[in-house]
Ligand binder design. Sequence first.
Ligand code: MN
Ligand code: MN
Ligand code: MN
Length: 285
Amino acid sequence: MSHGVDLHLHSTCSDGVLAPLALVELLAACGIRLFALTDHDTLAGQAEAHAAATQLGLSCLSGIELSGRWHGRTVHIVGLGIDPSAPAIGAAIALRRQLRQARARAIAARLDRAGAPGSAAYAGLAAHDTPTRMHFARALVELGAASDVPAAFSRWLGRGKPAHVSAEWPELAATVADIVAAGGAAVLAHPLRYMLSAGQRRTLAGEFRSAGGAALEVVTGGAAPHQIETAVGLALRAGLEGSVGSDCHDPSLPWHRPGRLAKLPEAVVPVWKRWGPATLRSLEA
Ligand code: MN
Ligand code: MN
Ligand code: MN
């Protein structure tokens, strides 16, 4: 059984399919009592998420998922309990919005050049406040250029494909520093999803800790028991706490459905213990 905690979730403010209110209603129905909405590079959904949490009696931490760069690779850092009005987080978001919109325009131009069907539709995606490659993938599926989202990546958007554009995200250490400056705890998201060797993963976790990182996302949506064990070892070795998050974008995809996460193994300190009973009241109840 889960703890009733889910600290990694997306809404329509980034690339999720549910608006914040609908997402929080689903969480309540799934038995979640503490959550964080962690849209990519935006805090736009926070006010709605907090209001819905209050209305439904759930506890809510402010959250975000920032893209960062580590030795030339993209890594994702979840920030929990940040102050949305902190200048450091405002600047981190503004920078990423620019990078995302420029990348989206470049992807649209490449899809057009590559002859993707319905290419006129793609230019509009760059106007989204937080355009992601998932938006392009869904549009490609809708326009018949791919059978599903994974196919859209393997045919058009992925590395080495005609519309692949990589983004030069800010460095991991700067990303962690911005979260810490905003009063938050930095969590290395889905640590086993990066294409890294076991040794590289240990280096990543160690450097993340040295940069001021607080926790590793030990339990993620769809993780198998042996993957959770691997993540526990990684967290303990690096001296990191643990977090749990489904990374749900679309509750119709069963492996990311909230409310089904495994418990954080007891060897790892839960990152949410950093917050007091006033924040965690629905969890203690
Ligand atoms: Mn996403
Ligand atoms: Mn991610
Ligand atoms: Mn995510």
